[in-house]
Design a protein around this ligand. Sequence first.
Ligand code: DC
Length: 225
Amino acid sequence: MRKINIAIDGPSAAGKSSISSRLAAKYGYVHLDTGAMYRCLGLNALRSHVSDSDEDALCELLSKTDIVLYPDGRVFMNGEDVSKAIRTDEVSMLASNVSKWKNVRKEMVKRQQKMAEAKGFIMDGRDIGTVVLTDAEVKVFLTASAEARAMRRYLQNQKAGIEGHTLEELREEIEKRDAQDSGRANSPLKQAEDAVLVDSSNMTIEEVVDAISALVDRACAEETL
Ligand code: DC
């Protein structure tokens, strides 16, 4: 069957990464988590004492930041496995802060488009359907209520043994990041006109995977005609 590209956008903690990796395993596609790239730059800025409000310095730092996303989900920055280090709350906010700059985005988009030159990719992020892969055959805007997303993050943290954040604090952090990602001037988070809205508030992971699979199967069948 001919391969296609799939774009999954949506707010933080909507389940984009877990859904995308399940879809990638199901179809034998490669999952690219673009948020991990902004997280790497946020982490590198923190370590290198570069301010997240200095666009030129961030671009200079990005030019020296090699980022490799492995199909198994591991993320390497300048040869170091930073898969865990990029997932802290501090780095989440820094990723959102560095992602608002036009020239940072320009370089990230260039790298992302190069990675997905062929077909067979599932890319998740905030601007995939609107900027990075505008010709993706399937575009999904995956969302859920702030309550549902905070609860999922809370349960994930509990499972991973991460303590220290109440449900209310997680919800506040999620809403703050959403407001920043949707309100920025450059490529704000928004649903592409041709994206299908999937609200997963009351759906299980399996139900979401099934709903998106139906879109993928239809698009693949159309490609083969
Ligand atoms: O998907 P995530 O939560 O790991 O993303 C971290 C931040 O990176 C998010 O708050 C906004 C930014 N981001 C972006 O601006 N564009 C993308 N395509 C992916 C992430």
